[in-house]
Design a protein around this ligand. Structure first.
Ligand code: 3H9
Length: 703
């Protein structure tokens, strides 16, 4: 078996290499290997310097996340990093790829750092609900100024090599092979008489600003990272670096780290880390299926959605043909795309010549025949089945053999759409979320006859355009919108019972949703949901209160933000939402007409009704096989619906509450609320009564 850590001598410089594919994550064997090698080198006469580098595509990308579940077996991080730092000869880190988390911390324990020009240094621990736990909070502010250290650790955004050099984190940036460059650098150090430069012996940089900085960051965290504990713990640990000697600071970091590792926040975020990688693996699909090549994409519909999808493609260099029935739509669509890119240019995230290049990659056309050479055509027109069927008939006539036909429907029956073509095996749902160029999620809907390689191609497309693709099967609303239905139903019903829109949204936002659902309706357009429901009226419950508030707003033409009013008023240049007394009074009147007794359900009941209704629907989706895994639902909700990541997604959240608690509450609501809506999903009932969880169920299913 090859060793995770080995060394060789290049003259009097020892080159230590970590080789732990795929990303050199630090596990027990890496730590043990480093300990063994550094001990051996200590006793090796003639060693004048040590270079520490990594094999493969990257420097250490972090601690092995799996170890947080199993416990960190000895030797521990502190012991190993201390050995590196204590080396009597200079140790130079040779960094390429991404030094993340424990990777950056190892580099900080080295005495000097040489970085490849493409390298990046980052501390993404907060995204896992933990803080740097291998001395990062104590060593980083001794190398870079305190404000830079705080920003790096709070945002998790990696510093590119050039910026790292500016901040003092990299001593040298090179364009050639980094290990060889680090050996040359080490030789120079030795020749110049430089010895070890131990980070822990350096003073904290910028400590004089510490008090204001910490106060400002605490206030910012309270505002922007609601309900989370790791960001505040991070600030406490950095504060210890300023206020305490190194070893005591390290102790503070260790205590906070172990608390955080056990907390639900970190378990939820670690769950998502795995869930987001698991979604790419589709049970039942042979691993050797190759995706179809996608060199050109066609898009039908130059509206907000079509334009956003076009941007996703040209952003990664895929040329697009954008077709619409009316010239003015094409002109408006192209103008919007340009305006969006201009905003990026003014923010400095895009160069003007890149803007022009991207616009050049889009060919607008009024003619469906222009789609003949597209490898993938995505229909993105209004949500109307008859219209979509008509378009698919036309696409079938013009698309080349083997071209994939995607529909961006968010609710409709894709089998029916595929049925109008002679190639249902090439038809798939590609549900983008608005704004498509920003939102992370791509729901990939495999219809009854969709060929496996078409699913694989869609997943590959998601990867290329840097989105998270989640595969679902066909049903009304697929995973995301189907679960939104009962969630929104309860929110609207709470409004009729006496809560104001601001109380309903406030309860959901306080719990952690990015935006309350009623404010979301205002943003998306009140008409969108109303008209979708109108189309499937025959399938909806015979309940006059069902989604009635939205209908009332629609009838008044108060269609949300675009109309300046909906559930709220949107006045002034900022279009800030404010409660609308007229709407509240109108909804009270409506409740009276419907004979709904008035009471205020309160925040906790609003949260439980909305979330448990959503979770129950999720359990039905699992039973029906619409979602492949409970964790896929969690990815859909956190990537596409503003569900708080630190709660892990709806199904993981249900597990943390306890399925028996959720089930009992649903049974209580069955008695106190409208029983037609409070029927526990059989799977939820079974798991709750047997003391199981969605997580356990998923593990059993995959065996
Ligand atoms: C930390 O360091 C704590 C410390 O302070 C010390 C505390 C005491 N562990 O993403 P990819 C796997 S916290 C285990 O598809 P890419 C991943 O699951 C850590 N496994 O590749 C996948 O496996 P599979 C801080 C890991 O090229 C495979 O590697 N570090 C880890 O798109 C390929 O991954 C982070 O948070 C890991 N740390 O992106 C960095 N990382 O093929 C997390 C990856 O079986 N990682 N794997 O599904 C990343 O951001 C990306 O993986 C990276 C590569 C950018 C490195």
């Amino acid at each position: 078996m090859s060793e995770a850590v080995s060394y060789s001598m290049t003259g009097d410089v020892a080159v230590v290499m970590i080789d732990s594919p795929p990303v050199n994550a630090v596990n027990q064997s890496v730590r043990a290997g480093l300990k063994r090698v550094f001990a051996e080198l200590r006793g090796l006469p003639g060693t004048r310097a040590i270079v520490l580098g990594c094999a493969g595509k990257t420097f250490v990308a972090g601690a092995d996340i799996k170890e947080f579940d199993t416990g960190i077996a000895p030797p521990g991080y502190h012991e190993v990093l201390r050995m590196i730092e204590d080396s009597p000869v200079p140790v130079v880190a040779a960094v390429h790829g991404t030094a993340l988390g424990a990777g950056t911390e190892i580099a900080l324990a080295c005495h000097y750092r040489v970085a490849h020009e493409g390298a990046r240094f980052g501390l993404p621990e907060l995204s896992l609900g933990i803080i740097p736990g291998a001395g990062g909070t104590q060593r980083l502010p001794r190398i870079v100024p305190l404000d830079v250290a705080l920003d790096m650790a709070l945002t998790g955004k990696p510093l590119p090599a050039a910026k790292a050099a500016e901040a003092g984190l990299a001593d040298l940036v090179v364009g050639n092979e980094v290990v060889a460059a680090a050996v040359a650098y080490a030789r120079k150090l030795v020749a110049g008489g430089a010895g070890p430069r131990r980070t822990r012996e350096q003073p904290v940089k910028g400590a004089e600003q510490a008090a204001e900085l910490f106060a400002a960051k605490r206030a910012q965290v309270a505002r922007t990272m609601r309900n989370r504990q790791s960001p505040l713990a991070l600030i406490t640990a950095l504060q210890a670096a300023v206020e305490k000697p190194f070893d005591q600071g390290l102790q503070v970091e260790s205590e906070l780290s172990s608390q955080l590792e056990q907390a639900t926040e970190s378990k939820a975020l670690r769950h998502l880390f795995y869930a987001e990688r698991e979604v790419r693996k589709i049970p039942g699909l042979a691993p050797d299926i190759t995706p179809r090549p996608i060199a050109r994409v066609g898009i039908v519909g130059a509206g907000t959605m079509g334009g956003g999808i076009a941007m996703c493609c040209v952003n990664v260099g895929i040329p697009v043909t954008l077709v619409d029935a009316a010239q003015q739509n094409l002109d408006r669509g192209m103008a919007t795309i340009r305006k969006n890119y201009e905003r990026s240019v003014s923010r400095g995230s895009l160069k003007p010549e890149q803007l022009e290049e991207r616009i050049r990659l889009i060919t607008p056309s009024l003619d469906f025949a222009a789609l003949a050479d597209a490898d993938l055509i995505i229909e993105a027109v209004f949500e109307n089945l008859a219209l979509k069927k008509e378009i698919f008939g036309k696409l079938d006539a013009v698309a080349k053999p083997g071209a994939i036909l995607g529909t961006n429907t968010s609710t409709l029956d894709i089998d029916e759409i595929a049925g109008v073509t002679r190639r249902p095996q090439d038809v798939i749902g590609l549900h983008f979320f608005s704004p498509a160029n920003v939102m992370q999620l791509l729901e990939i809907v495999q219809a009854g006859k969709t060929a496996p390689d078409v699913v694989v191609t869609a997943l590959e497309l998601a990867r290329r355009i840097r989105k998270t693709g989640v595969v679902a099967k066909v049903c009304y609303g697929f995973i995301g919108n189907r679960m939104m239905d009962p969630y929104g139903r309860e929110a609207e019903r709470c409004v009729l019972e006496g809560a104001t829109p601001a109380e309903v949204d406030g309860a959901l936002e306080q719990w952690g949703m990015a935006m309350g659902i009623l404010a979301v309706y205002d943003m998306a357009g009140v008409d969108v949901g109303y008209l979708t429901r109108l189309e499937r009226k025959h399938l909806l419950p015979q309940d006059p209160s069902f989604y009635r508030p939205t209908a009332v707003l629609y009838e008044h033409g108060w269609l949300g933000q675009k109309a300046g009013r909906g559930y709220y008023r949107y006045d002034g240049a900022e279009r800030k939402r404010t409660p609308d007394p007229e709407v509240i009074a109108l909804l009270r009147e409506e409740a009276k007409r419907l004979d709904i007794p008035q009471r205020n359900p309160g925040a906790q009941e609003i949260q439980e009704r909305c979330l448990y209704a959503m979770i129950n629907e999720g359990a039905l989706l699992l039973e029906e096989g619409i979602a492949l895994r409970a964790s896929d639902i969690d990815v859909v909700y956190t990537a596409g619906y503003g569900f708080p990541r630190y709660r892990g997604g709806p199904m993981f959240y249900a597990d943390t509450v306890g399925l028996k608690v959720v089930y009992d509450k649903i049974m209580e609501f069955q008695k106190t609320l409208d029983p037609q809506y409070w029927q526990p999903a059989p799977l939820l009932k079974k798991l709750a009564l047997s003391g199981s969880s969605f997580g356990q169920w998923q593990t059993e299913q995959s065996r």
